[in-house]
Write a protein that binds this ligand. Sequence first.
Ligand code: DC
Length: 208
Amino acid sequence: MRVIAIDGPAGSGKSTVARRVADALGLAYLDTGAMYRSVAFAALHAGIDPADADAVADLAGRVDIDVATRVTVDGVDATDAIRGPEVTTAVSTVAANPRVRAEMVKRQQAWAAAHDGGVAEGRDIGTVVFPNADLKVYLTASEDERARRRAQELGQPAYDQVAADIARRDKVDSTRAASPMMVADDALVIDTTGRTIDEIVQEVLSKL
Ligand code: DC
């Protein structure tokens, strides 16, 4: 099976690039951030404090998550809610929970086996989930450009607020004890600042 790992911080362009690369290669695509967001959504929905590590981990073990075109969490359509401010605020705490991570990694590996490979994007895909991926890509971009892209995606809310939120999540995601966001030794690192999606997609495909 062929697996391509795409990692990077919020606004680095990884979702768009990962989707396009998957389409070009006829592979399945998995947004693992949507899985962590779904666990955060399920916790909030159940009235569980995202910081209650055991309760959230127990929930992660039993929640049914489907991240296809629509995101469904225990039968509830959470496609829009997982991108909302409540989930975005809670998700880094949930993603720092080691037992939640262990459960999600297991599901991600099962997903690849079931789809005979695929393109997965996240923060720990090349380092932890698929250390033997056929290609590992780490996308970055300047903080300013990442905040501008994210603000545009969200329909132009206050840029300052989006920039502050991205900086906060970067910090939590890269300093947590359990598989922090980092660049795999053998990853192709691409700075997407000022470059088009097409250029990045071509560069990734050229490495295969
Ligand atoms: O990519 P995103 O913004 O949708 O990710 C949501 C959060 O989930 C982000 O703050 C980091 C976390 N995450 C993670 O820890 N590991 C992954 N493989 C994917 C996302």
